[in-house]
Write a protein that binds this ligand. Structure first.
Ligand code: ADP
Ligand code: MG
Length: 383
């Protein structure tokens, strides 16, 4: 779908909701992480790229100090919140994401006032493609755009993350918001999650006769269910047992062997080897060898499955079926326990799609969703 068509659709819907034209329309993309999973909160490295799908926000200022939020994906009454009283714990459900962004901006001293927002999305939710960050970043651009505030994008990423961490209550890392706000078309973003420094790495699958394919396995996670937080605390415990501030600071691949607790040993081994795989993948991409990175995707999947123990049956079956059908590499993406798989496939994707579809049929699972994933531009104003 083109930017133009997206903008028309959400602007039209804004008109239906609020009886006036929006002052602007913004889009923020979801992301897929090529490699570097569960390294972000260990202050390591990640390599996400922006998708050509995301969350759209049409918005206009209000002068009554209210934040009124509607989402096409959340039918029913709008969330209507007096901005001055918006605080963590006061807003629940999906509206906490956009309300949290307004709160984080104001907490940081940015004078954001009331607004009417109409939200629409071209991104599946809970699929590991970061619809939550896309929502936060689209709202962050909309509110700062409406009020003429020039907040540098790295700062905006930190504020959007704060909304998710401190307002919604999900302890996620900085990757998703950085990807949505800082990626470039035909590139991935190598992000150092300690310094926040990002650099663009060429990622042009079509030029290599390849494509990136996302397979939505249909299984859904709930980040709030505690398993994500458990992995984070396991990593923290592993780091203290190894005498470092966080697992990024462990250098040698065999350093985890020193841990007595076998669970912490496995968790640490995943993070340490995954950081190394990101470094190797970047070297291959910079050398123009995207196909060569395929093997690293498979190694990442095995590590997430066996050491980090966050894969799920549909993901394992998807990776195997993709490889059997000629993919160059594949792995689960996202927080785990549900969501999507990314596969590096031949430009003609038909054999891989068919192979995966047949495997789902054989197992009696509902058919998976397939999404083309061309590395795309970061969040922007559509009009
Ligand atoms: P992911 O970020 O992988 O898609 P999360 O669980 O982090 O999964 O975020 C999904 C949540 O974000 C949804 O449950 C909903 O609360 C919110 N959300 C995302 N997109 C929208 C949308 N278009 N409208 C309303 N809420 C949304
Ligand atoms: Mg999310």
């Amino acid at each position: 779908m083109s930017d133009e068509a997206d903008a028309n659709r959400v602007a039209g819907w804004f008109g239906d909701c609020y009886g006036r034209q929006p002052e602007g329309v913004w889009q923020a993309p979801g992301r897929a992480n090529l490699i570097g999973e569960h390294t972000d909160y260990n202050q390591g490295w990640v390599l996400p790229f922006a998708l050509d799908r995301g969350v759209l926000v049409a918005a206009a200022c209000r002068h009554d100090g209210m934040l009124v939020i509607r989402s096409r994906q959340a039918p029913g009454e709008p969330a209507t919140l007096p901005l001055a009283t918006v605080a963590p714990g006061r807003v629940t459900g999906w509206a906490a994401y956009p309300a949290g962004v307004a709160w984080a901006l104001r907490e940081a001293g940015h004078p954001v006032g009331g607004a009417s927002l109409a939200i629409d999305s071209t991104l599946p939710q809970g699929a590991g493609l970061s619809s939550s960050a896309a929502l936060e970043c689209a709202v962050a651009l909309a509110l700062t755009g409406l009020y003429g505030l020039d907040v540098p994008r790295p700062d905006l990423a930190i504020l959007a993350r704060r909304a998710e961490n401190d307002f919604v209550g999900v302890p996620s890392g900085i990757m998703d918001q950085s990807a949505s706000l800082l990626c470039q078309a035909s590139h991935a973003l190598l992000l150092d999650c300690r310094s926040g420094e990002g650099s663009a790495v060429p990622l042009e699958p079509a030029a290599a006769g390849l494509a990136l394919l996302i397979v939505d396995t249909g299984a859904r996670h709930a980040l709030g269910d505690g398993r994500y937080a458990l992995r984070r605390s396991e990593c923290d415990r592993a780091a203290s047992a190894l005498g470092v501030r966080c697992l990024r600071d462990v250098a040698g691949a065999d350093a985890a062997d020193g841990l007595a607790d076998p669970v912490l040993r496995r968790r640490a081994r995943h993070v340490i080897t995954e950081n190394h795989r990101v470094e190797q993948a970047v070297a291959l991409l910079r050398a123009g060898d995207l196909a060569g990175a395929g093997e690293l995707l498979c190694a990442s999947h095995a590590s997430l499955r066996d050491d980090f123990e966050i894969s799920w049956p549909e993901a394992d079956a998807t990776v195997s079926a993709a490889m059997d059908a000629g993919a160059a590499g594949a792995r689960m993406i996202g927080g785990g326990f549900g969501g999507s798989v990314i596969a590096l496939v031949p430009a003609d994707q038909s054999a891989v799609r068919t192979g995966i579809g047949e495997e789902y049929t054989r197992r009696g699972w509902p058919p998976p969703g397939f999404l083309d994933a061309p590395p795309s531009a970061s969040a922007h104003r559509l009009r």
